[in-house]
Design a protein around this ligand. Sequence first.
Ligand SMILES: [Zn+2]
Ligand SMILES: [Zn+2]
Length: 169
Amino acid sequence: MTTPQPQVDIHKQLANFSNYLKKKGLKITSQRLLVAEKVFSMESHFTVDALAEALKDRRGEISRATIYRIVSVMVEAGQLTEHNFGQNAKYYEHIPGQDHHDHILCLDCGRIDEFVNDAIEEMQLKIAGEHGYDLADHSLNLYGKCVELRTTGSCARGNPDDSGESASN
Ligand SMILES: [Zn+2]
Ligand SMILES: [Zn+2]
């Protein structure tokens, strides 16, 4: 069901994170390391809500504001990519161990799949070139109905509180 976990060397990533904190003159606290370690045990696409849920045993010590701050430091450090998938929450994705890919998302259950298409990659380079740009990055998200929704009429992860709206064809 879910995207397989990327192979992440957690020790190496925590060392990189510590180095980044040092470089920025930020303290290496046990809270920061604990959150960073949890980040690398999450599925490859996760929200801060899901991360906070995974840390709920420690919620007494670690506030949501702290979790947000640590996540944004990890984005700055180049260890996480922030995705704006046009949903309520931003998604985060580990960079280490991940090759470039684009995303296709189910509008109903929020399922996220990844794809790479050489023709699209080349086309983007070509378009950038035609506009006089040297392409540095791109973000491509496709949206639709997942296979499960199309074949069974509902998705497993769909919100059961939805008032029958998803029953339309
Ligand atoms: Zn779905
Ligand atoms: Zn991804």
